[in-house]
Design a binder for this molecule. Structure first.
Ligand SMILES: [Zn+2]
Length: 111
């Protein structure tokens, strides 16, 4: 079974955009509730600060992933896709299926 990389990237991008939209909403709600609410007296900022940092980190990770997908698309166009950037060997199809944005083979450190 082999997946078309362009299709895999499109699916990945759609899912990531969806996740990003959800995270942004969640983040806004947390920020909003932090502005107005002082009802959680036992935990003045702990949980909210933690949640805010958590969603911010997830948003950042999703944004980074979108950039990786765009870069993988560019490599598809130039024909560099599927070639390890470190050793120049083909990246195994299973790895690309599991991680369509992979830039290196399993043996080489990811950059
Ligand atoms: Zn390699």
């Amino acid at each position: 079974m082999s997946t078309d990389p362009a299709e895999a990237l499109a699916t990945d991008e759609a899912l990531t955009r969806e996740r990003l939209a959800g995270l942004r909403r969640e983040h806004e709600q947390i920020v909003d509730s932090a502005d107005g609410a002082t009802d959680d007296e036992h935990d003045p900022e702990g949980t909210t600060a933690y949640d805010r940092a958590r969603t911010a980190a997830l948003i950042e990770a999703a944004s980074t992933h979108l950039a990786e997908i765009a870069a993988a698309r560019a490599r598809l166009e130039t024909g560099a896709y599927g070639t390890c950037e470190v050793c120049g060997k083909p990246i195994p199809a299973e790895r690309l299926e599991a991680r369509p944005t992979a830039r290196t083979c399993v043996g080489c450190p990811a950059r």
